[in-house]
Design a protein around this ligand. Structure first.
Ligand SMILES: *Cc1c(COP(=O)(O)O)cnc(C)c1O
Length: 389
């Protein structure tokens, strides 16, 4: 699974350095006379941007905050519509609602990500942005999504909470659209406990986001903070130096994490893909997923649930599919249904998406897989399908 598996002395030593040579300053701005050159949040932003091959990034307090900040940077709010996909964590929808914009949801396709045609079919004259989500690290069909967005003059925000380190057409995920949003919560590839990052294609949006996430401060290190100028409103979504310290150490581990995920995923795929009547979730051409999970599709929901149950008996937990649909599928968000704007061709059940998701099982991938993981998965599938599929 994710970065928490590899959390250890490197993260601790980055935190220690805040106290050993940084005067214990836990705030990203000010306190120049005591902090020496300890600017962990600045440093985390630099190493993160470098890893993505982009020039700047903005660290924030969570992935949900990163989504909210991206919407603010594009001046999206009341009267605007924002489209996201039916399969995503509820945070994506919450950030749109929180911005004041109207939440519109479209179906997914066999990739289990946004269906470009379904997205186009719910565009109206009020639509301002698309939030596509690279669920479980498989890239969305970005060429088509970006092409449609251009046609209607819409912003594309990539929810890359999953998919850090994955790529599409040679570009890091999160840098194909107008903004990319990342999460460092405890279940994600890189973790800071809580935390997020946002990148923009156009650096003027990044400057707007930087001010907005910090009460509107045009942060100027040359003057005391109270003398900072401002040109608009904002909020507080700042990252703390403690989170950033952990993030710096975690980013150094990203390549190793990705490599071990890829290797584990390939081994599982090799062990099961031809033996059993399953289909492995497709990834678009020219894309490299981050292998956060290996999703397989089976004939029906009953079979998916049986696989889940057999895996559970061997203490292998599945990841989101099929059991955790309640938090990750718009059809199950009864508490948000009054806030979703349904188009004339839509119902709140999002049947097409539901049908696709219900027949899937997400197998967990670990950086340090338990030695019997592949055997346990094979045995579970044998128990459902018989020894020879
Ligand atoms: C984890 C996640 C988020 C939110 O991230 P937090 O850091 O937990 O706020 C947003 N979108 C998706 C798809 C996620 O999986």
């Amino acid at each position: 699974m994710p970065g928490y598996e590899l959390i250890g002395i490197e993260e601790k030593s980055e935190i220690d350095s805040i106290f050993d040579s940084g005067g214990g300053v836990l705030f990203r701005h000010g306190f120049e006379n005591i902090r020496g050159d300890s600017y962990k949040t600045d440093e985390f932003e630099r190493v993160f941007a470098k890893k993505l091959g982009t020039s700047e990034a903005l660290a924030v307090s969570s992935g949900t905050a990163a989504l909210r900040v991206a919407l603010a940077a594009f001046d999206i709010g009341e009267g605007d519509e924002v489209i996201t996909q039916a399969f995503t964590f509820v945070a994506t929808a919450e950030s749109i609602i929180e911005s004041g914009a109207t939440l519109v949801v479209c179906d997914i396709d066999e990739t289990l990500n946004m269906c470009p045609a379904a997205m186009e079919s719910v565009i109206t004259s009020r639509t301002k942005a698309i939030v596509c989500v690279h669920m479980l690290g498989v890239p969305c069909r970005m060429d088509e999504i970006v092409r449609i967005a251009k046609k209607y003059d819409l912003k594309v925000i990539e929810d890359t909470a999953w998919g850090l380190g994955a790529s599409y057409s040679g570009k890091a995920l999160g840098t194909c659209g107008d903004a990319g949003v990342y999460s460092f919560d405890y279940a994600k590839m890189v973790t800071t406990g809580e935390g997020g990052m946002v990148v923009f294609k156009d650096l003027t949006h990044l400057a707007t986001a930087r001010a907005w996430h910090d009460h509107g401060h045009h942060n100027n290190p040359k003057v005391p903070r109270w003398q900072d100028t401002r040109s608009g409103p904002g909020f507080n979504y700042r990252m703390s130096e403690l989170q950033a310290a952990v993030g710096i150490a975690q980013i150094r581990k990203l390549d190793a994490l990705l490599e071990s995920h890829r290797a584990t995923s390939k081994l599982i795929e090799k062990a099961i893909s031809t033996r059993f009547p399953i289909t492995v979730r497709p990834s678009p051409n020219n894309s490299i997923p981050s292998h956060d999970a290996l999703v397989i599709k089976v004939e029906d929901n009953l079979t998916a649930v049986r696989i889940r149950d057999e895996l559970a008996k061997l203490r292998v937990s599945t990841k989101i599919l099929p059991e955790a649909l309640s938090w990750h599928f718009a059809g199950s968000w009864e508490h948000l249904h009054p806030l979703i704007k349904l188009m004339p061709n839509q119902t709140k059940e999002f049947k097409r998406s539901s049908k696709l998701l219900n027949n899937c099982v997400a197998l967990p991938i670990f950086a340090k897989p338990p030695p019997d993981l592949i055997d346990s998965i094979s045995v579970s599938l044998e128990r459902v399908f018989g020894k020879n599929g």
